[in-house]
Write a protein that binds this ligand. Structure first.
Ligand code: NAG
Ligand code: NAG
Ligand code: NAG
Length: 179
């Protein structure tokens, strides 16, 4: 049994859209894409922001896309896969200046920055996030835009957690080496 037809149509539309976008950006056969890297000087940046994991968010909350048959009986919800598109802000409250978004699944995220000198650039952060540990460390494994070939690490802690609606705010300190 295949996926319902409207899902297939959706996937087809998404890939057509992607094709159209790539063409619009001049990514064509025969293009000389192996130009010099033109990296700047190696530098270290320190980023500080808050990540809002809002289960009662309207647009959209972290969505469950898959789970195992033991997930619901597991105290850690082992096997659950949630996708997210959640705000990153300068201060700890949701209404403070928004500087980007966290997109991905919980152990593998892209931080897309939408303000200042990092606007439009992304950092890819992966690792375990053991929420019971006071401070966790995740790895910066790469990026794009100004963060091409980035390396580094993120140290994060839970700034606040609401046991009723499970909303959590994480404070991130990211040390990133880039060019
Ligand atoms: C979960 O699925 C596995 C593999 O199909 C099966 O062996 C196991 O008995 C199932 N466990 C439960 C709790 O249903
Ligand atoms: C960020 O970049 C986008 C797209 O290039 C642009 O539309 C937007 O105005 C920029 N925002 C800031 C705050 O620089
Ligand atoms: C926690 O969430 C509940 C339910 O949404 C809300 O009523 C309560 O005010 C929240 N607590 C705090 C400290 O924000």
């Amino acid at each position: 049994m295949g996926p319902p037809e409207h899902h297939q149509n959706k996937a087809l539309k998404a890939s057509l859209l992607l094709l159209a976008t790539l063409e619009a950006q001049g990514f064509e056969d025969g293009e000389d894409w192996k130009g010099p890297l033109r990296l700047g000087k190696k530098k270290v940046d320190y980023l500080h922001f808050y990540f809002h994991n809002m289960f009662d968010a309207k647009n959209p909350p972290p969505l469950i896309v898959a789970e195992a048959n033991i997930t619901q009986s597991s105290p850690t919800l082992f096997g659950m896969v949630r996708v997210m598109d959640q705000p990153l802000t300068e201060g700890p409250i949701l209404t403070s200046k928004m500087i980007g978004k966290a997109q991905g699944i919980f152990a593998s995220m892209n931080f897309l920055f939408t303000k200042g000198k990092f606007n439009g650039s992304e950092l890819t952060v992966v690792g375990r996030n053991l929420i019971l540990n006071k401070v966790r460390e995740m790895s910066v494994v790469g990026g794009n835009g100004v963060f091409r070939l980035a390396r580094g690490y993120a140290r994060l802690r839970t700034y606040s957690f609401n046991a009723t609606n499970l909303n959590a705010i994480m404070e991130y300190h990211v040390t990133v080496i880039h060019y």
